[in-house]
Design a protein around this ligand. Structure first.
Ligand SMILES: Nc1nc2c(ncn2[C@@H]2O[C@H](COP(=O)(O)OP(=O)(O)OP(=O)(O)O)[C@@H](O)[C@H]2O)c(=O)[nH]1
Ligand SMILES: [Mg+2]
Length: 292
């Protein structure tokens, strides 16, 4: 599959998920590391991903990136400030970058992301990277989409407070303290180590990076790759993928039921659900599909 075909397929997934599913299910199933990058707006996720791409390319690995609702674009290699390099990166068949709106999601991730990731794996990329802005539901949901979650922090973004937020400590597998070229980074780093120690977590999951000059990127790529290999070896990956399918199914079920509920005119919530389920079953019996 070339980039044009992949891009077309993603549009089909977004616009006609049921039709896309028919094609998707016949593609060979492949598995590669799916790495999620989350964190507050502006902490440097896209810039860091650019560096990760460059590192993976230097290792001859192919990379696909999906950015959900990005507010800042990828430089597509411009981080090196080299136009020739940028052109090369842009034309590089080994790198595929796509942005997706978070539309249709119930405060969380665009549910197309599940099929898009499956497609990118089937297309044979060595790595799939997913960028989500770490706010609200999307931050929690990236856990289901990605095998390994990287939480990006940087000084001056209220991340010191964010560390205290319940749940954040459980979400990530790797913690990146980015913008290490700036002042204020050490105190954030120390606080993070303190929190992790207090929570009984492994502090070796912390990496200091500068997405601007590339320091720490090699270590980050090593860490995420090693972690993923461990998931494979321990059988945990299979479990994670099952949880992903289940979560995807739940999202679809909720949306389908909501659609049928919106057609029901009843003030009794129990009757409304019953009636919605009835018309859904009726449609299924007639072989028209559930209408997801
Ligand atoms: N000094 C310094 N600046 C950085 C670093 N990483 C990113 N930046 C800058 O921070 C700003 C935001 O970077 P992005 O990569 O767009 O951040 P993001 O997290 O993707 O932002 P959203 O997509 O809006 O959530 C840009 O101006 C970057 O140049 C870094 O390591 N050091
Ligand atoms: Mg971004």
């Amino acid at each position: 599959m070339n980039h044009k075909q992949i891009a077309k397929f993603i549009t089909l997934i977004e616009n006609e998920p049921e039709r896309a599913r028919q094609v998707l299910k016949d593609l060979p199933r492949k598995t590669c590391p799916v790495i999620g990058f989350t964190g507050s707006p502006g902490v440097g996720k896209s810039t860091l991903i650019d560096q990760v791409i460059a590192r993976l390319r230097s290792m001859n690995k192919t990379v696909a990136v999906v950015a959900v609702d990005p507010s800042s674009p990828f430089s597509q290699g411009a981080f090196l400030g080299d136009r020739v390099r940028m052109k090369k990166h842009f034309l590089d068949e080994g790198v595929f970058i796509r942005s997706m709106a978070s539309r249709g999601a119930l405060g969380g991730l665009n549910e197309s992301i599940y099929d898009v990731v499956e497609l990118l794996e089937a297309a044979g990329f060595d790595y799939v990277l997913v960028e989500t802005v770490g706010v609200g539901q999307a931050e929690v949901e990236v856990r289901y989409v990605a095998d390994v979650v990287v939480l990006v922090l940087s000084p001056g973004f209220g991340d010191e407070m964010q560390l205290l937020k319940a749940g954040v400590m459980e979400i990530a597998d790797i913690y990146v303290v980015n913008k290490s070229d700036l002042a204020g980074n050490d105190s954030l780093y120390d606080q993070l180590i303190g929190f992790l120690t207090f929570a009984g977590r492994d502090v070796s999951s912390v990496v200091k990076t500068s997405a601007l000059n590339g320091s720490g990127v090699e270590e980050l790529v090593d860490k995420m790759t090693t972690l993923w290999k461990t998931l494979v070896e321990t059988g945990r990956l299979k479990q994670l993928r099952r949880e992903r399918s289940r979560h995807h199914a739940e999202t679809l079920a909720r949306r389908t039921l909501q659609k049928y509920l919106s057609l029901v005119d009843s003030e009794d919530p129990y009757k409304a659900v019953e009636s919605a389920l009835r018309s859904m079953c009726e449609r299924l019996k007639n072989g028209q599909g559930g209408g997801t």
